[in-house]
Design a protein around this ligand. Structure first.
Ligand code: H2B
Length: 99
């Protein structure tokens, strides 16, 4: 099972994934993606969902029109693990091709 990252490791990992920040009050990371329109936002969510399912690692997220708010945490571990960093990187890469 993936292990929670220590605070320093988490901070270092965040340096490599632009836009992701620590969530206040819980061990999780978050990013708000803003796209051109709903089509782009939902296209991103569709691609991200397929990657998440393949990883068996799923986001907490909320979509309003062209905005997608994402929170990542490993529920089984009770905090941020390497899986969250990997999914965050993949989401950044997927957003780059649409935003
Ligand atoms: N997603 C996230 N974000 N955290 C988890 O701990 C997790 C998951 N666990 N997706 C997976 C599914 C687990 O419940 C299944 C049984 O592998």
């Amino acid at each position: 099972m993936a292990e929670r990252l220590a605070a320093d490791a988490r901070k270092q990992a965040l340096g490599g994934i632009p836009g992701w920040t620590e969530v206040g009050g819980r061990d999780a990371i978050a990013k708000t993606f803003v796209f051109k329109d709903f089509n782009e936002a939902f296209g991103f969510m569709t691609r991200a969902a397929l990657v998440a399912e393949k990883m068996d690692h799923h986001p907490e997220w909320r979509n309003v029109y062209k905005t997608v708010e994402v929170v990542l945490s490993t529920h089984d571990a009770g905090g941020v693990t390497a899986l969250d960093i990997e999914l965050a990187k993949a989401m950044n890469a997927m957003a780059r091709s649409t935003a």
